[in-house]
Ligand binder design. Sequence first.
Ligand SMILES: [Cu+2]
Length: 433
Amino acid sequence: MNHPLTRRQILTATAGAFAAVPVLAAFQPEHTGHGAPPTVPPAAPPKPGPSVVAAPVPGASPYTPVIMPDTPTLPFEMDNGVKVFRLVAEPVQREFAPGVVVNCWGYNGQSPGPMIEAVEGDRIRLLVTNNLPDGIHTTIHWHGILLPNGMDGVGGLTQKHIRNGETFKYEFTLRQHGTYMYHPHFDEMFQMGLGLMGMFVVHPREASVRRVDRDFAILLNEWLVKPGSATPDPTEMTNFNLFTFNGRMFPGTSPLVARLGEKVRIRIGNLSMTNAHPIHLHGYSFNVTGTDGGPIRESAQWPEVTTNVPTGAARDIEFIADAEGDWAFHCHKVHHLMNGMGHNLPLNLGVKQDDLAARLAKRIPGYMAMPASMSGMMEMGRPPNTIGSVWPGPFDEIDAGGMFTVVKVRKDIATYDDPGWYQHPEGTVAEPV
Ligand SMILES: [Cu+2]
């Protein structure tokens, strides 16, 4: 296959030997079968979230449990009618995708932290412990939740900082239902830039309200992890290179699986540093049914195929999964569909390069030619802890990374397990004529 060269195959090569000739780092075989990329040895085993989530047991819960792919739901204990949740802020390692392990800060061992799930009317107590490095203070703000002012978690303004080793108690009654988030409200740039954040879903008290058959949650984040390194740079304002759904990037993102005919909701939260993310679903027209301000009444809902989710906001989308298939679901900023996107590279589109390598090699010792095709290439010189953005698909290579996953709609399935690639009925696939 003659694969056209695109910017998504281009890694910024600011690290090590690539600094002198950045364009050299661009050309990597990106098939999983060509050997795993080198990784930075982690200090502790990575803690990826579960990739397969058990299906909810019918009748076991008054609401349809929300599935946050690759992320656990936070367990709670009951104490005299109060649901007690525990969150520990701490350094964690998150496997963004196979071969990419990032030093983050998170809650309870991962970034994003576990999803908090509760019901309107619940009295909840959230015990938050600061196990961050020495000298780092924190708080948690419950984004979008209506609560007493002193529970709002703004460091210095509504509470003292949570110092190292301290546990603070937040306690309030949930007066609303919808899609919310949690994150520090002290030292935000640093702490959110390193991954301290999570989703917070509140179900209606009456289970028939806004009921769906499958309910998913995805938290968006963006990072600058310089090629060859493993720690995000939280001082970056605009130039991010990794983009995650629930702390995972394609092909590490789990699919969203639904049975044909089911009503599906996807709750999308964005706590990225800077960017809005226009999230696009193929194959369906969906309704935007809620924000972190609350549900949108039916007469005011609007149809979309892409919904822009600003930073500091959440959007609920709903659709009837009435079309079988493997439907792409992704951010429509195409730079966010790459793993290790690089910027500030010379544009060489259309440049005649036939004899360029030979000419450059005379002046730059060790210069290697850039190939015209991705096929059959050797793995060469990818910086450690990075991967490419081209993966084996059922027909041909899938050119995607970052904020990309697949909504898989099938007949006759009962679980959330990945059913594999869609088997298209004969004569329904585009083909050469
Ligand atoms: Cu995006």
